[in-house]
Design a protein. Sequence first.
Length: 219
Amino acid sequence: MSELTLAAPARSIGERVKHARKSRGLSQTDLAQRVGVSQPAIANWETGLHDPRRLMLAKLAVALDYPLDWLAAGDRSLGESDKHAAAAYIRRPVMHVPVISFRSAALMALDMTADPHTMAEDYIPVTAGSPKLFAVFLEDEAVNLAFPIGTLVVIDYADRSPRDGAFCLASVEGDPLLRRWRDDPARFEPVSTDDQYAPMLANEATSIIGCARVSIRIH
């Protein structure tokens, strides 16, 4: 990142986005094109109509070559109150979630006390409500409609009781498998463009590792 002055009078998130944009000599349209939104969205953020979400703030930080922590540390806009539906989400701390191999994830079914941090190959920042998370890259055509190849899926391994319709990671006869859970009868369903994949009934050899909470496309 090039040298810049962060001691700006900008206090709110929107004011900081505006300050950073102007310091880079960008118009609102220029910035909108860089982060993939409309110019009015940039204007709404800068005027305090509402605030960008955390993932969008991360994109803004990259596009503006400014520290994410500085942008995110601004005061929330007057247009958003704690009654807003996103308020609880925004207040959540950012966690550094271990990214582990798909094969290592199967070990979580064998030992409920296993620590995925000891298996970590990388980390990714995630805002989520559970303290027990790990992430895996998914390379499975059987669920490509829900999770395209290469999607990073965050698993909550504190939740081993999937609701009907939820996606869960399970150990099926020792092999890790991510599918949509169905209750009646208890089974795992594919969600694929290829009809060669069939549902599989759950049995005593099945162990739920955790439920999917977040999916992230890495470009």
